[in-house]
Design a protein around this ligand. Structure first.
Ligand code: 7GP
Length: 835
């Protein structure tokens, strides 16, 4: 408030207030000004990267003007806000998105052309913001787009990693990881050196009595690290709302510089200590669906939770409301269990700092938080060792023990004499060392827990969180099926299809109400429309063929059937099933007569995805794919009938080229393992058909688009446990077609077979946990159907169009509105009411 300009002087401010460019001419002026002043370059010295920067800075100015207005409006309205806490935001590129969302891409295209640049060349200079691993991180990014588009007062909170997910290079068929330093040349963040929070670690807790004789706790000493805010503007599509993503960066605390060491002449080690503080936000952990329990990761989690909570509480306190109103003003959503410490931290602030009683504080906490679970895989469920937590966060561990005590007391009252129940639901696992089960804190400390697709939400209620349904009743648990933002995943990734749809529907309203797509269905039989639809797919396949040529050197025939599987490499996602299927296809082709080969549909099998650096099995799957590619792609007898492609360094910007270019894509996880999947939605929305198991959102996609429009195969989730059991206690029978594939590998057809022993033995000898053999036969048979149906292009087109028309349900806007209704109890900020 002290920093605010007194009313009599404000007129001068208003007169000079920044304005947004609206014409091509004004855009050009802004562009040139930034090139010449911000970048200190000129028309003699402007390459494509500078052109990107100039355009980005011009758009950034627009965004920040709207950002400022949005923040003022939201503060003034004093409505409830939602805070989305996520350790990952997989944003991808920002410039194209900003241009489209503010509706100025055509202006920029013309302006850049006047100044000597193709807009595509400028856009493609941008480095992806890759602060995430996979689905969970991309979902967070889709949330931000949608919340801004729907005018929700919403903030994202995350970490500003210096290194995002590593860059993947394929060397001799193997994955190599290269650090991705992405912050040079990033115009999209605004450092807020005035917004800092000191974060404590280690130390000890002392008990004392306050003046009323009440026992209090104070957490003392230890080490302090400073959190500095960096703000990233998030523009909504065709709206005045530009929300904020606040990312915290770690830095040595100003008071922390060790003057004792300094005075003792140990300047170097004092500086080294500073650098240690900066390592907290240095790097994103590159694991998807896997937790490794590293101390630095726990430090990251607390650092980010504590800084965010401090910020949220500070904002609330400015309103001078009573604490009991906190849950009416603040909703906090936990993107998986990574931010679970926020629950404990809020309880700590309320009781230790603000002096509230335990029960009052706890009801505020549970009224505030919601928890989204993204996986049932046991190896991904977070647990932290008690000794580690005791050392790093001694007061938080005490509070966790108290939460547990009160919880177990209430359980015991309702289920007396059920010792097993108590040990099953205890936050503390009685192992050596003892472990803190983070998901249990998240459930106990939230008012709603949700899964991300119907099957997944059922599974968490009947398996991993079963006891909590018994304890709390079914109402604490709900489902919100995932979605994707149609702005990036249709309009931006596939501008021609978006334009064709707009032409048919009389405008772009479908981008903000995706259910309008259903009006496309009447055009299914329209010949001209079908041709245009097919031409766009063909162009998109050409675009992908060019990318493939660029990154792999292989030329592929764009008339082939493009069969795509892009996602993180994981045994449960079963890229091994896919590549074994490819080998089977290769062997079948080799066994055919030339006459028989003439009837075969040429196919390109396209893979992409990163393996966690320490995940050997995933890395050997990548190696097998590349080894098969090396043999198949140079087999002249086979030629175009089969090509195998691994696109290195799969990321968001590559996904934007890949998703519009598939004929078929693969979503083939072992039933019950993929919580939802979201690339399945991206491919269908872009007119590709899919082959998939009855898993995650595939099931609801089938419900929406109709089972005649999807290729489903494989065992059902309800049969998985039984099959696994039989693998161990019955006799394991390897599928005969898969056996032929294994024989070929063992004979050395794809190079030294010893590289693939563990991959094969996990199936042949170690119980085939992911049911590759059980599903192989139906997988192959279903691919045969795909080939057959692809030959009837008219039918195929009809399926493609019908499917797109029925995809309205999977808009992220539907998802966001459901969270707002069921979990956050929050309203959009009505722009008409603006101050
Ligand atoms: C993913 C799930 O694997 C995927 O099925 C889902 O669509 C996505 O979340 C969004 O809900 N989970 C992760 O990426 C992940 O790492 C462990 O989960 C925390």
């Amino acid at each position: 408030v002290e920093a605010s300009i007194p009313e009599p002087l404000r007129e001068a401010w208003r007169k000079h207030s920044a304005t947004k460019f609206t014409t091509k001419h004004e855009f050009e002026r802004e562009f040139v000004r930034h090139i010449e002043t911000t970048l200190a370059r000129s028309l003699y010295n402007c390459d494509e990267l500078a052109a990107y920067s100039g355009a980005a800075l011009a758009f950034r100015d627009r965004l920040i003007i709207e950002w400022n207005r949005t923040q003022q409006r939201q503060t003034f309205s004093d409505q409830k806000r939602v805070y989305y806490l996520s350790l990952e935001f997989l944003m991808g590129r920002a410039l194209d998105n900003a241009m489209l969302n503010v509706g100025m891409k055509d202006v920029a295209r013309d302006g850049l052309a006047d100044l000597g640049f193709r807009i595509e060349d400028a856009i493609s200079q941008e480095h992806d913001a890759a602060l995430g691993n996979g689905g969970l991180g991309r979902l967070a990014a889709c949330f931000l787009d949608s919340m801004a588009t729907l005018n929700y007062p919403a903030w994202g909170y995350g970490l500003r990693y210096r290194y995002g997910i590593f860059k993947q290079e394929i060397v001799n068929g193997y994955q190599m990881e290269i650090p991705d330093y992405w912050l040079d040349n990033n115009p999209w963040e605004f450092p807020r050196h005035d917004i800092t929070v000191d974060i404590q670690f280690y130390g000890h807790v002392t008990k004392y009595q306050d003046e009323n004789g009440k026992t209090c706790h104070s957490w003392e000493a230890g080490e302090t690290v400073q959190a500095v805010a960096y703000d990233v503007p998030i523009p909504g599509y065709h709206t005045k709302t530009t929300n904020n993503l606040r990312l915290w960066s770690s830095k040595a605390s100003s008071g922390e510089f060790d003057f004792q060491k300094f005075n003792a002449g140990d300047y170097e080690s004092a500086v080294a200590d500073q650098q240690i503080a900066e390592t907290i936000s240095a790097v994103l952990y590159p694991n998807d669906n896997l937790e490794r329990g590293k101390e630095l990761r726990l430090k990251q989690q607390y650092f980010w939770c504590a800084a965010s909570l401090y910020d949220i509480v500070r904002r609330f306190k400015k309103t001078k409301r009573a604490w009991s109103e906190f849950p009416d003003q603040v909703a906090i959503q936990l993107n998986d269990t990574h931010p679970t410490l926020a629950i404990v931290e809020l309880q700590r602030i309320l009781i230790d700092v603000e002096g509230l009683e335990w029960d009052e504080a706890w009801s505020i906490v549970t009224g505030t938080f919601g928890y989204t679970n993204h996986t049932v895989l046991p190896e991904a469920l977070e647990k932290w060792s008690v000794p580690l937590m005791q050392n790093l966060l001694p007061r938080h561990l005490q509070i966790i023990y108290d939460i547990n005590l009160f919880f177990l007391q209430s359980v015991e009252k309702r289920f007396p004499n059920d010792r097993d129940m108590l040990s099953r639901v205890s936050i503390i696992e009685e192992s050596h060392p003892k472990m803190v089960r983070m998901a249990y804190i998240a459930i106990i400390g939230s008012h709603k827990v949700n899964g991300v697709a119907e099957l997944h939400s059922d599974l968490i209620k009947t398996t991993i969180f079963k006891d909590f349904v018994t304890i709390y009743g079914p109402d604490r648990f709900t489902n919100v099926t995932n979605g994707i933002t149609p702005r990036r995943w249709l309009h931006q990734a596939n501008p021609e299809l978006s334009a064709l749809i707009a032409e048919k529907l009389g405008g772009y309203d479908f981008l903000t109400d995706l259910t309008l797509l259903d009006r496309l269905e009447v055009f299914v039989d329209d010949k001209k429309f079908r041709r245009e639809w097919a031409d766009i797919k063909a162009k998109n396949k050409l675009r992908l063929a060019r990318l493939i040529k660029d990154v792999t050197g292989y030329s592929v025939n764009p008339n082939s059937l493009f069969d795509v599987q892009v996602k993180r490499i994981h045994e449960y996602k079963r890229q091994q099933l896919n590549i074994f299927g490819v080998i089977h296809r290769y062997l079948s082709l080799k066994a055919m007569t030339p006459e028989e080969r003439k009837k075969v549909v040429p196919r390109v099998s396209i893979f992409g995805g990163k393996a966690a650096p320490g995940y050997w099995m995933a890395k050997s799957i990548i190696y097998l794919i590349n080894s098969v590619a090396a043999v198949v792609n140079k087999d002249d007898e086979i030629g175009d009938l089969l090509k195998v492609i691994f696109i290195e360094d799969y990321n968001v910007s590559k996904a934007e080229i890949i998703c519009p270019a598939s004929d078929i894509s693969e979503h083939i996880s072992t039933a019950g393992t993929e919580a939802s999947g979201t690339s399945n939605m991206k491919f269908v929305l872009n007119g590709g058909l899919i082959i998939g198991t009855c898993d995650g959102a595939n099931i609801e996609i089938t419900r929406e688009i109709g089972e005649q429009n999807i290729f489903l195969f494989g065992n059902l989730a309800e049969d998985v446990e039984d099959l696994r059991h039989r693998h161990f206690y019955g006799s394991f029978q390897l599928d005969p077609q898969l056996k032929r594939v294994f024989d070929a590998i063992k004979e050395g057809t794809f190079g030294d077979p010893s590289s693939f022993t563990s991959l094969i033995s996990s199936i042949e000898e170690h119980g085939d946990y992911y049911l590759v053999s059980d599903d192989f036969n139906s997988y192959i048979a279903t691919h045969d159907m795909v080939d057959q149906e692809f030959q009837n292009q008219e039918e195929w087109l009809a399926k493609s169009i019908t499917s797109v028309a029925r995809m309205g349900f999977f808009s992220m806007d539907r998802v966001t509105n459901e969270y707002a209704d069921i979990i956050w109890n929050i309203e959009p900020l009505d722009i008409a009411d603006e101050a």
